[in-house]
Design a protein around this ligand. Sequence first.
Ligand code: NAP
Ligand code: F7E
Length: 342
Amino acid sequence: MKKAFLTGITGQDGSYLVELLLAKGYEVHGLIRRSSTFNTDRIEHLYQDRHEANPKLLLHYGDLSDASNLNRLLRTIKPEEIYHLGAQSHVRVSFDMPEYTGDVTGLGTIRLLDAILETGLDSRFYQASSSEMYGLVQAVPQSETTPFYPRSPYACAKVYSYWITVNYREAYNLHASNGILFNHESPRRGETFVTRKITHSLAKILAKKQKHLFLGNLEAKRDWGYAKDYVEAMWLMLQQPKGDDYVVATGETHSVKEFVQEAFGLVGLNYENYVRMDERYLRPTEVDLLIGDPTKAAKQLNWKPKVTFKELTKIMVIADLEKEGLDPKDFGLEPSPKGQKP
Ligand code: NAP
Ligand code: F7E
């Protein structure tokens, strides 16, 4: 039985990836942070009971700032595959916490790569790189050969992690890959990222718990895909004979305004009556346009996104209506599939 070790297992992507790996028969080990409240909501459904262990899913306390802990975990677990998803992943927050973001999102990667070297394991390594690295874009669309121009402390930290992954692959012959993932969303997306903020607020507006939705820049354009599709690409990268770097994207771009319009339109509302501008959500430097070219992933990994922009918006709106106790049918929408956590 293959063993995988995941950082960021409690996050959006970690939760979908652990489902995929368990379905493929892996024993999965995940790094979790100690916190004063439960932070395992997204993976709780994988336990029959919070107090009953799942023998194939084992969680370990640790932190990306703690190298000796990472060393010890790798030495004892000996995973064949490592998916490094843990990060301070919020771009706006990275302007408030630049040093912390550099430490966790940047240096966390070298701590993990060094732990692989020091333990002498031949684990395959996946680095969660990001389209944010393209920042002030130097070409449209962005591919594996487009130069980076990061526009935030978060993006700078990810550029460091990208290059240190390439360097360790070349210097020590590691099977290490960068997935340059464009924005991907889902009902499990954190509530402060713009798509989820929109669908969550829409549900609260319909439930009469909120009157307005305060947003920043509506003109920014993103290439939005579905997180569940994207974690498959991560797994495929580690099944290749050699490590490499791949763009994972849909090849379509939409503005924040289009996303709001689509979401509110699904329940028959005009977004202009609800959306208000709040300067607090503007960034000192913005990334105006992202659109990825996933040709290499299609050719070499045989990977393609399955869920379209409109389908993604609908999945998220429906899931948030249900979370607010509203019936999607009252708005002409089909409920989420039964028996699956959205
Ligand atoms: P997310 O939901 O924000 O999850 C981040 C994960 O990192 C959480 O499990 C979090 O733990 C953990 N973490 C944060 N600080 C940590 C620390 N100091 N030590 C250990 N773990 C820590 O992010 P995501 O959307 O799933 O994204 C996964 C990865 O892909 C991230 O590296 C992100 O930067 C990158 N990425 C995301 C996208 C996207 O569109 N989603 C696109 C490209 C790249 P807690 O639950 O305890 O907070
Ligand atoms: O912002 C604009 C904002 O925070 C998208 C992370 O997963 O994807 C994510 O980073 C756009 C930006 O995602 C609000 O200015 C307007 O232009 O949802 P976001 P992001 O910054 O693109 C990349 C690929 C990652 O790697 C990151 O980890 O939406 N926007 N109004 C707003 N954004 C937020 N959060 N909140 C607003 O109110």
